[in-house]
Structures are given as C-alpha cells and as structure tokens.
Write a new protein. Structure first.
Length: 281
C-alpha cells in the first residue's frame, strides 16, 4: 500500500516563513531602490555662503563669508548659509538632514580652537550648522549638527527663525532676514559654551508646552511591520534568515567633506541627526 508523506508542521512552518521572508525582502529592496533613486540633488559645496537663489548682493555674501570664517577660526564651528531654487518636493527638515550628512559640515573629532580652553570654545565635535532658505517653497530651516544641539537647541533655533528671520521674509526682504539669522547663530556659538547652553535651556522652557517631535514616516512603517511580524510569529525566522544570508552595508553616512576651491574651506566630516527647527511664511 502506497503511503503519501505528510509534511511535518515544523517543515510547513519553515516553508511559510521562508516565503514570507522572501516577500518582505523583495518589498524592502524595492523600497530602498525607490528611496535611492529619489535622493535629492544637492548643490556643490563651493563656499560658506551658497546663494543658488540669488537673494544676496556680492557685498553681503562676502561680508557673511568673512563672519563665518572668523567664527570657525575662533571656535572651530562651521556654519554654511545656502539658498535653494527648489527642495525637489522634499520636506525641508528631511532635505536639511540629508544635506548636512552629505556635506559633512563640522568637525569629525573634537578640536581645540586658537582662542579657547578645554572648558570654553572649540571642544565639540560634529559642530556644524546650515541655514537653509528655500524662497519658492517659502521655507527656512536651521539644521544643527549633533555636537551643537545643546547650544543651538530646537527651541532656540525656532526663536531665531521666528524673531530674527521671518519678520524680514514676510516683508520680502530676504537679504535682511538671512543676515539677521546668521548674526544670531554666530552670537550664540561665539559665547562660552556654558553660558550658551544656559541661554538655550532658558529659551526652551516656555517652548516645551505643546511641543511635538516629528517622527519620520519610514520609522512608523518599520514599527508597524515589526508589530505584524511579531504578532504572526514570523519575526524569529526572518531574523535567522537575515543572519545566515548576511548583508551589504547601506544607509546614510556622514560625508567626508567636500573641498572648496580657492577659499581653503571644506566640511570636516561632522554628523547630523535631524536637530534644528523649520519655519514658513
């Protein structure tokens, strides 16, 4: 008598898990491919002031460049001002985060400045800041590197935007708003670190009420997928499958810094994590 083999429950479970894992891997590869293809086109890092939207006169651009160079000489902090013709359908917060990592503004390692002691200026790494202005989308952002987040907090960056930049922008005077915002950023970074942190903390206290933390959409998607896999019992099999398959490196890494011609300035490889604030008018 012929006996037909019946698959064991364990074998059937592994088969289903493998199929589901293949489906998830395919979806992730497709998602990453689309994300990579949709990466924004960043302007070249050609100076401390990059006026792609032509909002500044040559004289003002030169004056801002001199101020930012003097700040870096005194503190090692790197600040870049950039105006954009378009955000390419990106949210300015996402664009700013990716731009900061692409350019690598700020120092990769802590450095002592010429005028500071160990407890004063120049002791922070990842000390980059980008002031981004997108006039066509009517958006502005201060993007802050990891190391300066205690000094230029989200709340303090918001105050600079709301009080120092947007009033001029609403009047149509982009140049005045950019100069005012840059001066306020410089003034905060040029202080003794302890004083600057206290000032930022004091400014943050009234801003804590009703503050919302933006959560990127991809984080929400991953959390939902994780919950579904865990609830169905597939998560251990997916993790084991990924463990045995191995994987190539991916994701964003801080740029090594793009060199400038002539001015001798380049990004130092500083890291960004999405700190800062945005505004619109």
């Amino acid at each position: 008598m012929n006996m037909r083999a019946v698959p064991s429950p364990e074998r059937s479970l592994w088969s289903k898990a493998g199929l589901f894992g293949l489906m998830v891997a395919t979806l992730l590869i497709a998602f990453l491919s689309v994300s990579h293809a949709a990466e924004p086109q960043f302007p070249a890092l050609t100076g401390r002031v990059i006026d792609q939207a032509n909002l500044l006169t040559p004289e003002v651009e030169a004056a801002l460049t001199a101020k930012l160079k003097a700040l870096e000489d005194a503190t090692t902090d790197q600040v870049v001002v950039v105006t954009l013709n378009s955000l390419n359908d990106y949210e300015i917060a996402d664009y700013g985060y990716q731009l900061g990592r692409h350019w690598g503004i700020g120092q990769k390692t802590a450095q002592a400045s010429a005028t500071s002691g160990s407890e004063a200026l120049g002791q922070f790494k990842n000390n980059g800041v980008i002031l981004i202005v997108a006039p066509n989308e009517r958006k502005v952002r201060i993007e802050v590197g990891y190391g300066l987040e205690p000094v230029l907090t989200d709340a303090y960056s918001s105050l600079i935007i709301q009080n120092g930049i947007l009033p001029s922008f609403r009047d149509g005077d982009y140049q005045a708003g950019i100069v005012s915002g840059t001066d306020l950023i410089i003034a905060q970074l040029a202080q003794d670190r302890g004083t600057a942190i206290q000032k930022a903390q004091a400014a943050a206290e009234p801003a804590q009420h009703g503050k919302q933390q933006r959560i990127p959409a991809w984080v929400v998607i991953i959390v939902i997928l994780f919950i579904i896999l865990f609830a169905r019992g597939w998560l251990p099999f997916i993790l084991l499958d990924a463990l045995f398959r191995g994987g190539g490196g991916g994701g964003w890494s801080g740029g090594g810094g793009g060199g400038f011609g002539g001015g001798g300035f380049s990004g130092g490889g500083g890291g960004f994590g999405g700190g800062g604030s945005s505004g619109s008018w």
